[in-house]
Design a protein around this ligand. Structure first.
Ligand code: ADP
Ligand code: MG
Length: 232
């Protein structure tokens, strides 16, 4: 299977100036392949969000190599980084960050518009088809406040898919949902992964949801740790 993303010896720290320098990621090696569904688990503060931000080209690493779809990405300039991000990556966050003044459909189209400054032919139809796929066709014209938490998070997942990414990075996408709704949203991501071949990396605190993934990665103190033996 083709590699979607490769990290080698990635280090990241914060501080400098007045604040002491604290290293958060101590040399992370990780490769994700096309079509994989991977959970990323680990204690709070272990560096999961930092790792996702680096993989998502939202923050540069201090050291190490990052390769996305065959292109070296750790030292790109702003324009090239934005282009690579818009072309290959989708994001889902714990708090969905939907824009309250816009409809579900407009929110889904936002990254498409942001990427190109216009709506390419078929973008609207693709967004509507995705909304229909997640059972939200008749809610396309509603604003986020008119939707339930689970529906809002489904809109956020569809928004992450609007640019037809190769890799979706989801940072605790179900952290804000009740158990039942979290399981449904997770199942939806699994289904989309299988149907469309999009690679998913999903951060979760939920042991059961993490175990249910075909591959599990654990981050402990800024290092990838061996997976605990599966019980039962
Ligand atoms: P997790 O997502 O696993 O809970 P984070 O990646 O958010 O962990 O944070 C890892 C560590 O890095 C924490 O100690 C956090 O305080 C620190 N950290 C994260 N972002 C910043 C930042 N922008 N500036 C300073 N420290 C940060
Ligand atoms: Mg986090």
């Amino acid at each position: 299977m083709a590699e979607v993303i490769r990290l080698e010896g990635v280090r990241k720290g914060y501080g400098g100036g007045e604040a002491p320098w604290v290293e958060v990621l101590h040399g992370v090696d990780l490769v994700l392949h096309e079509g994989e569904f991977v959970s990323l688990a680990g204690p709070s503060g272990s560096g999961k969000s930092t790792l996702l931000n680096i993989m998502g080209l939202l923050e540069p690493p201090n050291d190490g190599a990052l390769t996305i779809a065959g292109e070296r990405a750790e030292a790109l300039d702003d324009d090239a980084r934005t282009r690579l991000r818009n072309r290959y990556l989708g994001f889902v966050f714990q708090f969905h960050h939907l824009l309250p003044a816009f409809s579900a459909l407009e929110n889904v189209l936002m990254p498409v518009f942001a990427g190109t400054g216009r709506l390419p032919a078929g973008a609207r139809e693709h967004a509507l088809a995705l909304l229909e796929r997640v059972g939200l066709a008749e809610h396309a014209g509603k604003r986020p406040v008119q939707l339930s938490g689970g529906q809002q998070q489904r809109v956020a997942i569809v928004r992450a898919l609007a640019n037809r990414p190769r890799l979706v990075l989801a940072d605790e996408p179900t952290g804000n949902l009740d158990t039942q709704t979290a399981a449904e949203v997770f199942a939806l991501m699994h289904d989309i992964n299988r149907e469309q071949g999009v690679t998913f990396l999903v951060v979760t605190h939920d042991e059961r949801l993490a175990q249910d993934c075909p591959r599990r990665v654990n981050l402990v103190d800024g290092r990838i740790a061996p997976s605990p033996a599966l019980v039962g």
